[in-house]
Design a protein. Structure first.
Length: 346
């Protein structure tokens, strides 16, 4: 099976990177308070050590302390979710798969909601309780799902894992609804968080996301050859020397860890890991050595633009970013699915 795609080269990947940087600059410049282009040029030149005219101190402080950390967190979250989606679609050979298919996103959400509802925290470390609970429940959920899937099917087939993940997500949703009713005084906070928002993110969050993306994303990309082998079926992958069960376990744990970090910081943000890999695959082709890095840039750009829309559509009010991604993602997925069906019947 030929997994190469003509026309996609390192130069194309460079264009992805440049486009992502351009989107980042746009999202930093535009918001509830618009920053003039000369101020933005002066800011970035000064930020990278250039000898530009000193930017307005108020604008410089606002960008550096508030807007830039948020936009960076949004970009890192989008990149992480998109890479997870691309990896899971390749691993499970299912176009509807993404990181949340395993039920890990739901498990991480449950942990974070419990921390918010019952005030679980670590003294002196803001939001640490939410982060730790989200990651802990992400791992526990993965182990539970894999155990149930193994009990039902010793071969851990993709259909069994997806079925158990969907059922587990529905079960967790009912528990979250029950906890929300119990914690009446935290309903607004829980509801806004479950819709997804990175409005309160800062430099510590950006650092945590960077470390998680570098480590977990690196693991996923180093397994690109195995993901390419999965494209022709698990049996064929075994015949060429791939340890199917080990690769599945390693990648699912890695995806769970990365999604756990993203959910603990930004809440539940849907459709990024589902739609973005489909869009990128149309350009890069199915080779995961190129697809996964391209997904990182595509996911970052997509989520930054969604966050920008969330900030400016109802200015001065701000929409949860999950509302924007779900709306645009659903429309894009319908379009992609419709066009692919037409091409397959042509």
């Amino acid at each position: 099976m030929n997994i190469k795609r003509e026309g996609f080269s390192p130069q194309t990947l460079l264009l992805f990177a440049l486009f992502t940087l351009a989107v980042l600059a746009l999202c930093v410049a535009v918001g509830s308070v618009r920053i003039p282009l000369p101020e933005m040029i002066a800011f970035f030149t000064r930020l990278f050590g250039g000898s530009a005219v000193r930017p307005d101190s108020g604008a410089f402080s606002s960008i550096l302390a508030v807007r830039l950390p948020r936009v960076v967190c949004v970009a890192l979250t989008g990149a992480a979710l998109s890479v997870c989606g691309g990896a899971m679609q390749g691993l499970l050979r299912n176009p509807l798969a993404d990181g949340s298919t395993l039920g890990v996103s739901s498990g991480a959400s449950l942990g974070a909601v419990i921390a918010i509802a019952f005030g679980i925290s670590i003294p002196g470390v803001p939001f640490a309780g939410t982060v730790i609970m989200a990651m802990l429940f992400a791992f526990v959920s993965l182990m539970l799902i894999l155990t149930l899937a193994y009990r039902l099917d010793f071969s851990l087939s993709t259909n069994t894992i997806i079925l158990v993940g969907v059922i587990y997500s529905m079960f967790v949703s009912s528990i979250i609804a029950f906890i929300t009713i119990l914690a009446a005084d935290k309903v607004k906070q829980i509801t806004f968080w479950t819709m997804g928002s990175l409005s309160g993110s800062g430099l510590p969050d950006a650092l945590a996301l960077t470390v998680a993306l570098v480590i977990c994303g690196g693991v996923l990309i180093t397994h690109a050859r195995e993901l390419n082998a999965f494209a022709v079926g698990e049996d064929n992958a075994r015949h060429i020397g791939v340890n199917v069960e080990r690769v599945k376990l390693v990648m699912m744990i890695t995806v769970s860890a990365l999604i756990g970090v993203c959910v603990s910081i930004g809440g539940t943000i849907g459709f990024v890991g589902l739609v973005t890999p489909h869009m990128i695959r149309m350009i890069s082709g199915p080779n995961h050595k190129r697809l996964l890095p391209a997904c990182a840039f595509g996911g970052a750009s997509f989520l930054m633009l969604a966050d920008l829309a969330a900030r400016v559509i109802l200015n001065p009010l701000e929409l949860p970013i999950g509302v924007v991604t779900s709306f645009t993602g659903a429309l894009l997925f319908i379009y992609i699915f419709y066009t692919s069906r037409r091409e397959s019947h042509a």
